[in-house]
Design a protein around this ligand. Sequence first.
Ligand code: IMP
Ligand code: MG
Length: 184
Amino acid sequence: MNYEECIEKVLVSEEEIKAAVERLAGEIERDFKDSDKKLLLIGILKGSVVFMADILKKLNIPLETDYIKVSSYGGTSSSGHIKLKAEPDREDLSEYNVVVIEDILDTGNTLSWLLGHLKDDLNATTVKLCVLFNKPSRRKKEVKIDYEGFEIPDEFIVGYGLDYNELYRNLPYVGVLKPFVYEG
Ligand code: IMP
Ligand code: MG
């Protein structure tokens, strides 16, 4: 099996992603460059790893990084059960403006819970959300997006960090899988 045989179409190319990442970094930089609080980018493992790495390199201001691990998915549908598998290293975020870096906003189950957790339980000064892909048609919980890359149709996508059963994260573009892949 090779990846090319499994991809039906490319939805967002490597070049389009690169341009969006630069635009989003510019927006974040503009909003936080004059703040007197420290900036903390929190990446959500594992899907946001590729996006996080690329956006970090485009941000030309002092910042710290942290990671949270949650899981709500098995296969291609959200279970709605949020499991927190790793907290950020910092137990109190009151010195920080936080920007959460996430690959995709789908039902909103994960992020609506997580943004509340950072603000209410960990006392972050501000919590903003940066998502590369937004699938609004699937939303179950309302979540405010502060920085958005692309709005996409209701299709299951893989690549650029996003997986199907842990594969395809290392594709440099985002694509849609052929049906036979899901049928096993
Ligand atoms: P939500 O809680 O339903 O918004 O789920 C968010 C998480 O589900 C994302 O962080 C992804 O890990 C995963 N997810 C949602 N849609 C897709 C997709 O189209 N491809 C791959 N993973 C997805
Ligand atoms: Mg994810």
